[in-house]
Design a binder for this molecule. Structure first.
Ligand SMILES: [Zn+2]
Length: 151
């Protein structure tokens, strides 16, 4: 299942990416270009009441909740999603690109030294080059995922 989130749903988009869902998000996308993504097979997620009714209700989901975690829980329930732990943290939370493992030597100088000396597993976004490692914000996310989804 692939998604596109409107400009008001940046945090929800980040969470969907953490769970491994291909989720487009752009703050600068026009409504027309956003709706066009729905025609390309993505489920549109929107808080814009003016867009409701412009697409079939199964193609455009109006997100009512304010809180990103509640938004995520509602969406999972509504769509009957079964997030797969094997796909968690497989995507860049910034650009939606896929991550690939990268050797520690190759990130030398690209991450803070205390991170480099205390970790031996890194991954890199194939699209934007951002480096990820277990821990820091990811550890917090894992705990939150467990709390959110009971996995
Ligand atoms: Zn990226």
């Amino acid at each position: 299942m692939r998604f596109a989130a409107d400009r008001m749903l940046g945090k929800l988009a980040k969470w969907l990416r953490i769970l491994g869902y291909d989720t487009l998000y752009s703050r600068t996308l026009s409504n027309d270009r956003f709706l066009a993504l729905g025609d390309k097979g993505r489920i549109l997620l929107s808080r814009n009441t003016r867009l409701v009714g412009k697409m079939a209700p199964d193609r455009l989901i109006f997100v009512e909740a304010n809180d990103p975690q509640v938004q995520l829980q509602c969406l999972i329930r509504f769509l009957g999603l079964k997030p797969d732990p094997n796909r968690f943290f497989a995507r860049c939370t910034v650009c939606n690109g896929l991550l690939k493992p990268i050797e520690p030597e190759d990130v030398l100088g690209k991450v803070p030294e205390h991170i480099w000396t205390s970790h031996n597993r890194f991954s890199e976004c194939k699209t934007c080059g951002r480096i990820y490692w277990p821990g820091s914000h990811l550890a917090r996310s894992r705990r939150e995922i467990r709390r959110l989804l009971g996995v």
